[in-house]
Ligand binder design. Sequence first.
Ligand code: GCU
Length: 617
Amino acid sequence: MKNLILICIGSLLAVAGVRSETVIADVFARQPTSLNGKWNVIVDPYDTGYFDYRRQPYDADEKITGGYALDKQAKGSELIEYNFDTSPTLNVPGDWNSQDDKLFYYEGSVWYRRKFDALKSAPDHRLFVYFGAANYEADVYLNGHKLGKHIGGFTPFAYEITKLARAKDNSLVVRVNNSRHAEDVPTVNTDWWNYGGLTRDVLLVETPATFVSNFRTRLKAGTTNTIEATVQLDGANKTQKVKIDFPSLKIAAEMTGDKDGIARFELAAPNLALWSPENPVLNDVEISSGADELKDRVGFRSITTSGEDILLNSKKVFLRGVCIHEEMATEGRRAWSEADARKLLGQAKELGCNFVRLAHYPHNEHMARVADELGILCWEETPVYWTIQWTNAATLANAKKQLADLISRDQNRASVIVWSVANETPVSKPRTKFLKALVDEARELDGTRLVSAAMEVHSGTMENHPGEKPESHKIVDDPFGEYTDLCSFNQYTGWYDGTLEKIDHTTWSIKYNKPVIISEFGADAKQGLHGDMMTRFTEEYQAELYRRTLPMLEQIPGFSGCTPWILFDFRSPRRPLPDIEDGWNIKGLIGHDGEKKIAYDVLKNFYAKKAKGEAVK
Ligand code: GCU
């Protein structure tokens, strides 16, 4: 559809590199060659390898005039001051902070270099290098040529290298810089660790001359037995035949691509079983065109709202959730692998969750794929977090591209039901205009999912309860709520706002007749620290906050789910309290030593009752 072209063109055009980024959907299904493993690295705090002494970039134009992008110093130069071959190594994928104590707090550039051979299986095949993510900014070079610059620390990107790659001894050099800037997305201030590096898979992908670069399958709106599919071809033969086949459903169709290489299908699927957490049925899909064949497994379901209800396959659902950062807390590192995804989502499943909020940025692709299998619904988010530069056009373009790249990657995942465009952003006209633009973008690219954000809450007096103490009444009337499908907000009554007894007096006014999701609540607790329930940072305080908060939330009109903050403790430079926080945000239900806290069972018991539809008052 038009939207799919937008996703592909959006990825091609909104790029600051020499070559355009390209989209390669379902990359793991293409038997890619992994470039994971040990890469030689040069730590470069002054960007010596990127700028000459006048601070002019070496790669300002096609001919790179120097620096580490060249892998080796120019022939004949006497002065050799860098050498990747004899430099140390880091594991890829992996953040550098957790691999080398000298890089624990490091913010700046690290240069990575990997040598590889590229033997194509057919002369007319094409080659691409694919990155699952690099935080925050990546300049990519192959054999001394600039491929491009990717901005955004959590979204995939790929470059075509067909003409530049040699059969033997290619040199892939990447400058990754995780410095923070006010105009970035996220901006300079966040409550998570600024893990830098090539943090996800790096793959060499070979395709036929014309290949399926992206596709989208979904249930036709308003039906339970009609599949809409759109396939995007990339290559010279845009109008070649495209076949889509769902073997287990015994349905298939064939179409030719239009002038833009897009083939559209509508298939009757009389025996279609809808995907749900209780029945996460996935269907094999095979798309073939010319010499290309692509396989995936997709589920079909609908997600809509009706007044204050969330409807999954037209049935009301309560979202028993929890927030997750992309971190393996017991190892103090970024999560990136399928095994990591299975561990994190397995913990959420054990807690009794049917829903997770993947905070505060796009997680790696394995998370939504494993959630598809396990039957866990997902809220995915772009890092428009706190005090973004709302009036900066480049910042908006950056946020839009990160959102478009996320949607392009995960649009076929049945588990993903919410695109979230922000978290806790101070209300202003420029901010609401910025966020509305993101909502429009999300709806333009994918009108089948709910759009939301963690909005703002403020205290006030309840009109019809004039006797109430003002500070005990919370009002949700964030103007951004006009534009979202859900009314979602974070609330920390009893932690950041008062202490435990305030929870019992808190009442709510919600301006919108929409489903309400409490996207965060919680309290810090040091695992193993015990005391009376009025002492902050004890497990008892955290557990009592959960015991009082959950019934308070049940009183909120339209309460349709919650994602307490947070499954695991996670690293944050904002949490220095010695012997308690020590550089960790300890609101986890599970400590960073892997041990569950008392509050874990409070939530688990609440969810067990909700799952059985029991009143929990
Ligand atoms: C905020 C924010 C989180 C943060 C949490 C906290 O609501 O959304 O990213 O970690 O509160 O303060 O622990």
